[in-house]
Design a protein around this ligand. Structure first.
Ligand code: COA
Length: 191
């Protein structure tokens, strides 16, 4: 398969305020998040206004061919321990399955290990979100934790997996993942 899609991660701007609330409240995104209540304007504004100047968090809007399609972020940025967590979503099912998720994995891993020089990237994923934790595992993330009944989803306790990738793990996976991206028609980021 060859794709000619261009994926860009850009800074969040004021123009994204409404878009991010709409995305986050949509069933296609809320289904995969820890909390799935409808987020009101005041709650959203508190979150959005708190992003600026928070050194422990970093957000990017994912654009495909110039169209905003999702959100990626680093969380718990911890320079002392040289690690951070991350997450992302593609808001529209229409852009899923095009390789965008693979591109985001590669981009974030390279950014954290090469640009930030951190030693570890980790994340938490609902066990039910098999597509995502399998994608992470393909990129070399190892399952480090199983948090039982960690969150209430749809009114019932749900399990969560914790996954981690070390900077020292990545070289063994990088070339194969780069080839997969190239085969899907994407240019490698940071090269
Ligand atoms: C899972 C998801 C993030 C992957 O992003 P994507 O751009 O669709 O993924 P890609 O097109 O790069 O596909 C990567 C691989 O995962 C597989 N895959 C993607 N979605 C899948 C799904 N729902 N079920 C099974 N496999 C899936 C693809 O077949 C592909 O395998 P391949 O490389 O062997 O062809 C996205 O499809 C999705 O469903 N998101 C749900 C909401 C979300 O964003 N959740 C993240 C919460 S942290």
């Amino acid at each position: 398969m060859t794709a000619s899609h261009t994926v860009v991660l850009r800074d969040v701007t004021e123009d994204d305020r409404r878009r991010l609330r709409d995305w986050r409240n949509s069933p296609e995104v809320a289904a995969f998040m820890y909390s799935d209540h409808q987020i009101g304007q005041a709650e959203h504004d508190r979150w959005f206004d708190g992003l600026a100047g928070d050194a422990r968090r970093c957000y990017w809007v994912i654009e495909v061919d110039g169209e905003p399609v999702g959100l990626a972020n680093l969380a718990d940025i911890d320079p002392h321990n040289r690690r951070c967590a991350w997450a992302y979503y593609l808001a529209s099912p229409s852009v899923r399955g095009l390789g965008v998720g693979s591109y985001i994995e590669f981009w974030v891993i390279e950014h954290v290990f090469r640009t930030l020089g951190f030693g570890k990237l980790w994340c938490e994923v609902l066990v039910s979100n098999e597509a995502v934790w399998k994608l992470h595992e393909r990129y070399g993330f190892q399952r480090e934790a199983l948090f039982r009944h960690h969150v209430i989803k749809d009114g019932a306790p749900a399990d969560v997996v914790g996954l981690g990738l070390l900077a020292t793990d990545w070289p063994a996976r990088r070339d194969e993942m780069a080839q997969r991206l190239l085969a899907k028609g994407y240019a490698l980021p940071f090269t």
